[in-house]
Design a protein around this ligand. Structure first.
Ligand code: 15L
Length: 268
């Protein structure tokens, strides 16, 4: 496809940094935005998602928004409210006003984090499993998915909500062997989500083709995602170090792992 311009929010974050390197190879021109200066990108827009004027300016002329910005872990409700809930609303409003037709939303497995971890032999978790957020963070991702649905139904803005697993160069825990999204597969998935026609609002899980996968990748494959990586190459070392998952332990018994037992962080 012809080169398309994509606003990348959260460009200085973990996934944003990986995607700034990988996505241009798929033919995207990235306009980076973050709350903090983006290393190596002097032309990046430095703005808070609460700054509606800056967002209005940032979306002007882009073909799509890859919305990765926000708090990526549990935090106080007030911080999550501002960054993830109001921030995502502001991004969609700016997109609507500017006539942007496609958003890719970084949702998270923590939107369904209280779902029991499938026991051996049980089917993978489908995308339409009931929402069971494991944190205020996960709750904000449920909000984002619903907001995406609303903007599709009401305004015709298409979104792929990607319930990202663990997108890091390598898995670092036994749980991550199941939910790892290699950076290269992440770029493949975001490419599919940015370019697949007729997605309406589609929810997909974001992981590689892991031998130990626990969720259903069929909606991701349906938009053209073909994962190439498998975490199994890291399994021997991680299992030797930590042992196999123990589903009788509360912090391992559910999809969200230790997020499930994370105490909320109250404002002070
Ligand atoms: C997430 O949503 C977090 O942003 C990320 O830091 C990881 O912890 C990931 O989920 C995970 O579930 O491993």
């Amino acid at each position: 496809h012809a080169e398309r311009t994509v606003l990348l929010t959260g460009a200085a974050g973990g996934v944003g940094t990986l995607m700034r390197e990988l996505l241009p190879r798929f033919g995207y021109r990235l306009r980076s935005l973050d709350l903090v200066p983006v290393p190596g990108a002097p032309d990046a827009i430095v703005a808070d998602l609460g700054d509606r004027d800056a967002l209005r300016e940032a979306v002007r002329g882009v073909d799509a928004v890859l919305h990765l910005a926000g708090i990526s872990l549990e935090s106080s409700f007030d911080k999550i409210l501002r960054a993830n809930i109001e921030g995502t609303y502001n991004v969609y409003e700016a997109a609507r006003e500017a006539g942007v037709r496609r958003v890719v939303f970084a949702s998270s497995n923590h939107a369904v984090g209280f779902t029991p971890w499938p026991a051996p032999g049980e089917p993978p978790v489908p995308v339409d499993t009931p929402r069971r957020p494991d944190t205020f963070y996960g709750l904000s991702k449920c909000f984002g998915e619903d907001l995406a649905q609303l903007y599709w139904d009401k305004h015709g803005i298409e979104t792929v909500s990607v319930r990202i697993g663990s997108c890091f160069p390598e898995p670092t825990s036994v749980r991550m062997l199941s939910v790892w999204l290699s950076p290269a597969d992440g770029a493949r998935l975001f490419d599919a989500a940015l370019s697949s026609p007729g997605v309406g609002h589609t929810v997909v899980y974001g992981s590689s083709a892991n031998t130990r996968s626990v969720w259903d990748l069929s909606t991701a494959r349906a938009i053209g995602y073909e994962p190439q990586d498998d975490s199994e190459q890291f399994a021997e070392k991680l299992v030797a170090e930590h042992g196999e998952l123990d589903l009788t332990r509360p912090e391992q018994a559910r999809l969200g792992g230790h997020f499930v037992t994370e105490p909320p962080i109250w404002p002070h």
